[in-house]
Every structure is written in C-alpha cells, then in structure tokens.
Design a binder for this molecule. Structure first.
Ligand code: GLV
Ligand code: MN
Ligand code: MN
Length: 415
C-alpha cells in the first residue's frame, strides 16, 4: 500500500467532526477563538490523537503547538505542515482545522506505510491565525519567523482587556508538561493544506489547487471623534456627530472601491460610543480590510482611504492607523511543482490557484520555501457557519498532502 492509500477518510472525517463539536454554534458552525477554553480543548484533542498515533508533542513560547514524526536523519531541517485551530466567532468546521487534522492523518499514513523518510515531519497548530479576538491575526507564525517581536504580540488585548500574555500563561498552566522548543527553528519547507474559501475549484470540478501565492492586504482602523450631545435638544450646527461622519466616509469608500477591478474592501467591525439611542455619538471606530493582488494598487488604495477620510470629516476629528500590512507573495516554484506532480501521480486533477485569503503560509514564506494545497469550498462559502467541503475532496487533499510531505521529507535538493 502506498502512503496515500493509508489515509483513512472515515477517521479523518470523524476527527474533523469531533473537533467541530468544540465551540459548536447554531447552524453547524464553530466559535473557537484564539486562546479561549474551547481552543485549549481543541489542542487537548489533537494532542490525544497525536500521542495515540505515536507522534511527539512540543510547544513554543508563542503558543504554537507541534507534533513530530522523527525521520532517519533528525538533524536535517524538518518538513512542516499544519494550520490553525482557532476560528472566527461565526466560523465553520474546516477553516484551519482541516490543515491540522489532515496533517496528522497524512503523517500517520506515512508512519504506517513504513516508507523511509530522512527528515522529521512536523505538524503545527499556529496560535491565533484569525485575529478576531486579538487583532491582527497570524500571531504565532509571525513570532515564529521573527517578523514581529513576541513582546509586541503579548501586549495585545481583547475587547475585555485580557492580554495575549495572560492567556499564554494560562496555556502554559494548562499544558505544564509539554516539551518546550524555541521559536525560529530551521524548517526545510512548509506546506499548508486548507479549504479554498472561494468558488473556483468547485465551479471547475477540480479537487486540488496548487497555490501560487497570496494577495496583499492592509488591515486598518479609522477613528472618528465627535462630542456626546442630547439627541432632542442639540441643534445640528452645534453637533459633532461621529456616526454621521463615519457613515458618510464608509459609503464613500464602498462607492470608490467598487470601481477598482479585483479589489476586496470590507468594513467588518464598528465600535460606537456611547452606543445608546438618545445621545449623539462621540466616537466611532471601524475596521477596514483591503486586499488586492497588485501590491502597487493596494498601496495606492491605502493612500485613498487616508485622503477620503481627511476630505470627508468636517466637524469631527479623525485618526487612521494601519495595523497590518502585507504585500502579495508568491510561493516557491519548486514546492508548487512537487504538489502538482504528486497530484498527477495520484491521478487527482489539480490546477494552479491564487489565494484571496490570508494564511500562516504567508509568514512561513518569508522564512523557508512554502506552498499550500487547496480543496474546494461548497459555493465558495467561508467565515460562515455553513462552510462545507465534501468528504471526497477532504480525502483527495489529504492524499496529495501525504505524498507531498513524503517526497519533500526525502529531498536533499535546495528548494
Ligand atoms: C484569514 O482568515 C483571512 O481573513 O484572510
Ligand atoms: Mn484559515
Ligand atoms: Mn479564516
């Protein structure tokens, strides 16, 4: 039996469904935000599986969790796979979870096939990919590769004022006996399996996407500051109404950006003070998630946000901050080619695809040769409780991942 034939779809699917019970919400979705008790429980379940499969377990100080299958030359840099266990507050069963669970199943299959492999194969669950509780996301992978200091990450607080640092300490208490490994250990290559989160693979009936890159993103915060006033008595000329001005800005930005090809502009979060019906609002803060495949256009659009905010505020004052900035990246051509060739050997149709969503593989691409394997998302739906991928595609993705990991774990070539 080939390693890919050792992939057991019943186990893989039931593991995914069992994981989705942790933080399950109405409509079939999952709320398992970073460093919450639910996310700790998801880690526990993965640790139980990994130990049962004979993998070793380790963690680093950024809250990343690792499972390892040792190769015959364990001093060589490892092949790493994995994704994240945290979800959006109204997330689905597959975003992130698939990469971790498929990584475990693929590694187990390699072990059971008894095929030799030189390099260690590691599966990682990165800390806080989604960034909805602690913003911005990708914290674990950013700390691992060193693009952001851990101290800066630890200082981030959620809406209730709880810091990442406090939750990381709780995580340490939760898993006191886990082996500690340093950040930034050398990695030969990183391969993340993930659902597409868009409609292309399904519409073309192709089960595998060999991902060529990830589009650039700006995550911004705009604050409009006015003054509280009585809704019944204050004449308009004396008001500084933060909601009125913020809504004009948002409307203008949607209208301007709707005319730019391939842009994705989203205002997903609004915080209003004091947020009561009979008081003119004193402050509105809103988020902007801005993405485009062309980094130059993205930079221009960021400038336009600043310009339109300046032009539109009149009586209020404003503040615009960019909290995360990333340009479009391309994955390693040799890694993409290995994914394509392993899919071909397995006779599983595969096409190249570009990622609209962000992933930890972006951070890893700054650090080591990286790539991603996509499987179709039903109707392209994601960040939604009804996110779904059918079992056949879940299976194909894990088979291609398994074959790709084994090939790379025996590779001595420079990628
Ligand atoms: C990741 O979840 C993203 O928002 O791209
Ligand atoms: Mn994800
Ligand atoms: Mn996501």
């Amino acid at each position: 039996m080939t390693p890919a034939e050792h992939i057991n779809i019943e186990r893989l699917w039931s593991n995914l469904m069992e994981l989705a019970e942790i933080g399950a919400i109405k409509g079939g979705g999952v709320n398992r935000q970073a460093l919450t008790p639910e996310e700790f429980a998801a880690r526990d379940l993965c640790i139980t599986w990994a130990k049962a499969y004979g993998l070793s377990v380790a963690a680093d100080e950024a809250g990343n969790l690792f499972f390892c299958l040792e190769g015959s030359e364990p001093k060589l840099p490892a092949v790493m796979t994995g994704s994240h266990l945290d979800t959006q507050p109204t997330g689905g069963k597959f975003d992130g979870a698939y990469g971790v669970v498929a990584g475990l199943e693929a590694t187990r299959a390699i072990m059971h096939s008894k095929m030799p492999h030189k390099r260690n194969i590691e599966i990682v669950a990165w800390m806080n990919e989604e960034g909805s509780r602690f913003a911005p996301g990708m914290m674990g992978s950013e700390a691992y590769v060193g693009v952001k200091p851990l101290a800066e990450i630890k200082a981030v607080k959620d809406k209730l004022g709880v810091s990442v640092e406090e939750e990381l300490l709780k995580l340490q208490d939760h898993l006191p006996n886990i082996r500690r490994v340093p950040l930034g250990r050398e990695v030969y290559c990183f391969i993340e399996a993930h659902i597409e989160q868009g409609p292309i693979l399904e519409s073309e009936n192709i089960p595998i996407g060999a991902v060529t890159g990830i589009q650039g993103v700006r995550r911004m915060r705009v604050k409009i500051m006015g003054d509280e006033a009585h809704a019944g008595t204050t004449p308009y000329h004396l008001r500084k109404d933060a909601i009125e001005e913020a809504s004009r800005i948002i409307e203008k930005l949607y209208s301007v950006f709707s005319k730019i090809k391939d842009i994705r502009f989203t205002v997903g979060m609004l915080n209003i003070e004091p947020n009561v019906p009979s008081v003119v609002s004193s402050e509105v803060e809103f988020s902007i998630d801005l993405r485009h495949p062309d980094s130059a256009i993205l930079m221009e659009c960021e400038g336009q946000v600043r310009k339109f905010v300046d032009q539109t505020v009149s009586k209020c004052s404003s503040e615009v901050r960019c909290i995360a900035e990333a340009n479009t990246i391309n994955f390693n051509e040799k890694v993409i080619a290995v994914i394509e060739s392993e899919a071909k050997k397995l006779d599983i149709p595969c096409r190249r695809i570009f990622s609209g969503a962000g992933h930890d593989a972006r951070q890893m691409s700054y650090f080591c040769p990286s790539g991603m394997i996509f499987v179709p998302s039903c109707k392209g739906i994601s960040h939604n409780v009804s996110e779904f991928t059918n079992q056949k595609d879940i299976f194909s993705g894990a088979q291609v991942l398994c074959a790709t990991l084994l090939e790379l774990a025996n590779s001595e070539n420079e990628l």
